[in-house]
Design a protein around this ligand. Structure first.
Ligand SMILES: [Zn+2]
Length: 464
């Protein structure tokens, strides 16, 4: 069965042009200008005049259905992926925890099994590791075979048991190099944070607005310098997750200037919100790690995106209800994280393209083709190339929407962007040729999403 998206404006990572897209089954069959007379007589024609057609968004950092601190996130794989689909996302990359008493392969498989049958979108995983030894080194081979091509480590949360001791980092990095697995890092220096935490605890200063003081941008700067420099020495690419600060960005640039292959992602909340929100009523809504920073930091991150030093915007979607967020007012123990997948494209379009900071092809690069390339999903995901998956978002650049939680689909009962008006909004999302969202209404099948085996990152082999 063929479908024709007729008369749209196609946007790829390379440019913008007028044209049609023909879908056959799950794949893109043709794009550009072609004679519609030749098509099958039963071809379904969808008029997309005046609308943009982009490759579906790849949200490279999500935590749906995450068990954390004796509770679970508001969004499971059903509501998380439905909300993402309503925002034009077609692929997400979630995390598998390093589970005690399970091999890495088992941990990843358990996570895959949690998502299958629920997710409405395709997905792959990053595998977290929280310790390292000869057994884990061997287990990494199985991960690559099963289609997981990136590992995440923490440079903080030593007390919680997430941090691999610094003395072992080099062994981990060398092993990742052998297997060509991409290193991704939550970069905040643990020593500084521990010291400040003790000081602030003693003084009893633990309200939400103290959080950026306890986890300052200096901690991010030091961690990026340290981990980036070691990666450079070992000779591996490194991807910094959720870069939040100007100081962190400056450290990244220094590593790069010395020849390091360092890449980064930031998030909509670091680009658009600042620590002023932590003085508002119900400030718990805005607690995540790293914390929100200042307007100066926002500006630096936009510059980093524009310059191409920051390649990806992903959401770190980790949603809790207001009841969960407000059940605590100590900044060290408030459940960290916020919803974001559904608003990713509208926000970055409005504040990036709409304000002249980004061009349309850059928007596609940052939200779709770069994450797909970096995490080994390209060109099946992140492109409009004939023969690849027909994962598409049809976007109305004129549609004005006021973001409010009642119009969004996350089970979190708030949005951090409440009341913001954006111009430009997705109106249709296609997953492998099937229409799954039309005008903000999910019309697909629960469980239709597949696990996608990730190939080696393009950062290891710069040919795509
Ligand atoms: Zn995260």
């Amino acid at each position: 069965m063929q479908k024709l998206l007729k008369g749209g404006i196609l946007v790829t990572d390379e440019g913008t042009f007028q044209g049609n897209i023909l879908i056959e089954g799950e794949k893109i069959a043709r794009i550009g200008k072609f004679d519609v007379e030749e098509l099958d007589t039963d071809c379904e024609v969808i008029d997309v005049m005046g609308k943009l057609i982009m490759p579906g968004i790849v949200d490279a950092h999500t935590h749906y259905q995450l068990k954390s601190r004796n509770t679970i996130t508001a969004d499971d794989f059903v509501s998380g992926s439905i909300s993402a689909a309503c925002g034009g996302v077609t692929t997400f990359i979630d995390y598998a925890d390093h589970l005690p008493d399970h091999s890495l392969k088992e941990a990843a498989q358990l996570r895959i099994d949690e998502a299958l049958g629920k997710t409405v979108l395709d997905f792959t995983l990053h595998q977290t590791i929280t310790h390292f030894d000869e057994t884990i080194s061997q287990e990494m081979v199985d991960l690559v075979k099963m289609g997981i091509s990136s590992i995440k480590i923490f440079t903080t949360y030593r007390r919680e048991g997430y941090m691999i001791p610094t003395g072992q980092w080099e062994y981990v990095f060398r092993r990742l190099k052998e297997l060509e697995i991409l290193l991704t890092v939550h970069a905040e220096d643990d020593d500084i944070i521990m010291r400040l935490e003790e000081e602030f605890k003693k003084r009893g200063q633990l309200s939400p607005d103290m959080h950026p003081k306890i986890r300052p941008s200096k901690a991010e700067e030091i961690a990026i310098e340290k981990v980036g420099e070691l990666a450079r020495k070992v000779g591996i690419p490194i991807y910094i997750a959720h870069l939040s600060s100007k100081a962190g960005y400056e450290a990244l640039k220094r590593v790069k200037q010395r020849g390091g292959a360092i890449y980064a992602e930031t998030t909509p909340h670091y680009l658009l919100l600042d620590e002023g929100s932590l003085k508002e009523p119900m400030a718990q809504r805005f607690i995540m790690t790293p914390p929100l920073r200042t307007k100066k930091d926002q500006k630096a991150l936009w510059e980093g995106l524009k310059a191409g030093d920051i390649q990806v915007v992903a959401t770190d979607h980790c949603s809790f209800t207001l009841e969960q967020k407000l059940s605590d007012d100590c900044c060290l123990t408030i459940l960290p994280g916020l919803p974001g997948s559904e608003t990713l494209l509208p926000l970055i379009h409005h504040f990036g393209v709409g304000q002249g900071l980004l061009e349309y092809p850059q928007l596609v690069r940052i939200l779709s083709s770069e994450p797909a390339k970096i995490f080994g999903l390209y060109p099946e995901k992140g492109s409009l190339k004939p023969g690849t998956d027909a994962d598409l978002v049809v976007f109305d650049p004129k549609k004005k929407v006021t973001l409010t939680h009642s119009n969004l689909h996350s089970k979190a009962d708030y949005t951090p962007y409440e009341g913001m008006e954006v111009q430009g909004y997705p109106v249709m999302t296609f997953l492998r040729g099937e229409l799954v969202v039309r005008n903000g209404e999910f019309c697909g099948q629960i469980g239709q999403g597949r696990f996608i085996k990730a190939k080696r990152s393009k950062l290891y082999k710069k040919v795509v």
